[in-house]
Design a binder for this molecule. Structure first.
Ligand code: PLP
Length: 252
């Protein structure tokens, strides 16, 4: 099942690249494995996946030692400052940095551990109240403030587009993130590059690729629907929703 799903996703990546005149090698597929058992991740690994995305620190740190060491782990969920210490040095990229204070903590912890941490700035392009991330207007200033911190490197931007049944609807948000990255790159800020654009999920990744995504984050499309169980309800399964408002978007 996972193998076939992956094949299908890879086919769609190729087709979207073809439409956009892009090389499929320039798109990294991140398999979003939140709530899924280690056996499912192993299956995806055996089918060639090396990039996995998780949205909770506890789940991430539980899974890391149970899987091969050549996996690149991506932290894609909202990150609290007091949990930064558990993941610095263990992730390929933290996609969800949206405040100076969080970046300062990542910087501090990176220095302490003697590592360099790559991050993305999370932008709430659609300005949904339920989502984390800075606005497009705030992003350039946040980038500038973070750029001077040691041990931390901004590699690009990330966004979570609104939940929609019609993937084409999100294309303007993806275009807007691309434009923002171009504007920020034009400022030539030291220690900042804008090569990574993390955007597109199961419902809309072809549109994201056509707009220029370099990382897509696909969960349901690979692993099937998530079952959050009865113990804490559906909202708790998402690390990118604020409070208890709604459960679309990062839940797919
Ligand atoms: C869950 C999640 C995804 C994947 O969502 P699907 O719709 O299952 O593909 C992508 N990005 C973030 C930040 C998520 O939390």
């Amino acid at each position: 099942m996972i193998r076939e799903n992956l094949q299908n996703v890879r086919d769609q990546i190729r087709e979207a690249c073809l439409r956009a005149g892009r090389d499929p090698e320039t798109v990294t597929l991140i398999a979003v494995s939140k709530t899924k058992p280690v056996a499912a991740l192993r299956e995806a690994y055996e089918a060639g996946v090396r990039d996995f995305g998780e949205n909770k620190v506890q789940e991430l740190t539980d899974k890391i030692p149970q899987l091969p060491p050549d996996i690149r782990w991506h932290m894609i969920g909202h990150l609290q400052r007091n949990k930064v210490k558990y993941i610095v040095g263990r992730t390929a990229m933290i996609h969800s940095v949206d405040s100076l204070r969080l970046a300062e903590e990542i910087s501090r912890e990176s220095l302490k551990k003697g590592v360099e941490t790559d991050i993305l700035i999370e932008v709430n392009v659609a300005e949904e109240e339920t989502k984390y991330g800075v606005s497009c207007e705030e992003a350039p200033e946040l980038v500038r403030l973070i750029s001077v911190l040691p041990g931390i490197h901004i590699k690009g931007l990330m966004t979570i587009a609104p939940y929609t049944e019609d993937p084409g609807k999100n294309r303007p948000y993806f275009d807007k993130l691309v434009q923002l990255s171009v504007d920020i790159a034009a400022k030539n800020i030291d220690n900042v590059n804008m090569n990574v654009l993390s955007m597109g999920m199961s419902g809309d990744y072809p549109a994201a690729i056509e707009a220029g995504a370099s990382c897509i984050r696909v969960g349901t499309g690979i692993f099937g629907e998530r079952d959050y169980g009865t113990e804490s309800g559906p909202v708790s399964g998402s690390g990118n929703q604020k409070g208890m408002v709604g459960n679309h978007g990062s839940n797919g």
